[in-house]
Design a binder for this molecule. Structure first.
Ligand code: GDP
Ligand code: IMO
Ligand code: MG
Length: 433
């Protein structure tokens, strides 16, 4: 198998960064296809911690090329900062990174408008990361966006920027009553950054297609999670891109039918950052214990993550809409010592049990989760490397999740480090075959 996708099953932060890094060892090309620097993907290598926002998770591997796909929105300043941060730590970024010229650019006015709209929404706000993601994708859809390759044509770029800024400044000044943004400085600075990244700008679709044709191993890296997907997620409390398997073809230029294997990462419990429905959410002491044990603070914004039990309704729905071949379960170690564990197995709304995951945010806010209780375990499992060595109750918990999802758990992560991973009872040692 030469193309594998690894996406998020829940509301993001499932541990995709760690998993991508561990699978990238055998990959020739790692490709991000959605989102921007709203993502925060943590990779731990011994005592070194890396948090990647825009740069794909194969960057630490010699011999692996990394592509920022055309489906991303790229904040130029954030890109530069991330590149320079890695270069300062000895990573030969320019050798290993490429950027699709069709990707869209996030400008400072997008970030500004993101904040203004959140303020405007007040209690109805989304709780965005404030990175300008929604406004940049809105421009793309309304055809006023500017793409990375446009930066290589200064006159064309200047015209597009002037037109975009005139419209944005009208919004910023007349609707929100804020100071307008300056055109000349922004134009100059953008062109300066363009010079710096000029050699990295490619036709990403062509790069992915020829890699696949040559039998190279291509790994697609999801950002965010299925429940934050613009169409499949808990709209309007979602991000502004297609985060699931369906986003890959559009976000890379790789034909949809060329994806050989679809995997998703899920935590052994659930977290969410930002506003929006979360049926299995916990409050009080258990939530606090989960947050502490799992170090559940956002990798991008540092916000405390909301915590809850594993929600099998969400997981089944996400397996279904993505058509998954397998699951990678993370943070199982965090549940050690919790006593009995609960899993949300269905939702009750009024007098009836819902048949699946409802579309309406209002229904999601009113429903009652139905739980199944399972015995917990106390042993520290962070050193376990074989499924058979997990405590019996822990094995049963994993089997229960697997049965609830109807999808095999192929890998189990028992700690943040690269090495803390084992093959599931129904998994294979080599994911590339
Ligand atoms: P991503 O956005 O999906 O890449 O996930 P984040 O990096 O935002 O958040 C996942 C957090 O969990 C990070 O702090 C990881 O270092 C950590 N992590 C990943 N896998 C495991 C695991 O199996 N156990 C524990 N305890 N932490 C993990
Ligand atoms: P990774 O890739 C968790 C959430 C935000 C907010 C909503 C919309 O690290 O899993 P946006 O800034 O995208 O317009 O915010 O989506 N969100 C994430 N939550 N992990 C992420 O990425 C996220 N990216 C966006 O908190 O609720
Ligand atoms: Mg994250």
């Amino acid at each position: 198998m030469s193309s594998t996708a690894v996406i998020g099953l829940q509301w993001g932060d499932e541990g995709k960064g760690k998993i991508i890094d561990s699978l990238a060892d055998g990959a020739d090309l790692v490709v991000r296809y959605a989102g921007g620097n709203n993502a925060g993907h943590t990779v731990i290598v011994g005592s070194d911690k890396y948090v990647l926002h825009l740069i794909p998770g194969g960057i630490l591997h010699p011999g692996t090329l990394n592509l920022i796909g055309r489906g991303l929105v790229v904040d130029l300043e954030a890109l530069l900062e991330e590149m320079d941060g890695l270069i300062a730590r000895g990573v030969p970024v320019e050798e290993r990174l490429r950027i699709d010229g069709r990707a869209h650019v996030i400008f400072p006015y997008h970030r500004h408008i993101d904040g203004l709209v959140e303020q405007w929404l007040g209690a109805g706000r989304i709780g965005t990361t404030g990175r300008g993601i929604g406004p940049a994708y809105a421009d793309k859809v309304s055809r006023t966006g500017i793409r990375v390759a446009d930066l290589l044509h200064p006159e064309f770029f200047a015209r597009r920027l002037k037109a975009a800024l005139a419209e944005k400044n009208a919004l910023i000044e007349k609707v929100h009553g804020h100071e307008p943004e300056d055109h000349a400085n922004l134009q100059g600075r953008s062109l300066e950054i363009a010079e710096r990244i000029r050699a990295l700008i490619v036709d990403g679709g062509e790069l992915v297609r020829s890699a696949y044709r040559e039998g190279k191993r291509v790994l697609f890296e999801g950002a965010q999670g299925t429940m934050l997907d613009l169409d499949s997620g808990t709209y309007p409390f979602v991000t502004s891109s297609w985060t699931g398997i369906a986003g890959i073809a559009g976000g890379t230029g790789c034909p949809a039918r060329w994806l050989d294997r679809a995997l998703a990462v899920t935590k052994a419990y659930t977290t969410r950052v930002g506003e929006g429905p979360f049926p299995s959410e916990l409050n009080g002491e258990v939530a606090e214990r989960l947050r502490k044990a799992g170090n559940e603070y956002g990798a991008t914004t540092g916000r405390p993550r909301r915590c809850g039990w594993f929600d099998a309704v969400v997981a089944r729905y996400a397996c279904e809409v993505n058509g998954l071949d397998g699951i990678i379960l993370t943070n199982l170690d965090v549940l050690s010592g919790f006593g009995d564990l609960q899993v949300t197995t269905s939702y009750r709304h009024g007098d009836s049990l819902l048949p699946g995951f409802p579309a309406e945010a209002t229904v999601l806010e009113q429903l009652q989760p139905v739980h199944q209780s399972l015995p917990g375990w106390n042993e520290d499992i962070t050193g376990v490397r074989r499924f058979a060595d997990l405590p019996a109750a822990c094995q049963d918990y994993v089997r229960f999740l697997e049965q609830q999802m109807g999808t095999p758990i192929e890998r189990i992560s028992v700690g943040p480090d690269r090495e803390q991973i084992l093959v599931g009872e129904h998994g294979q040692l080599d994911l590339w075959n």
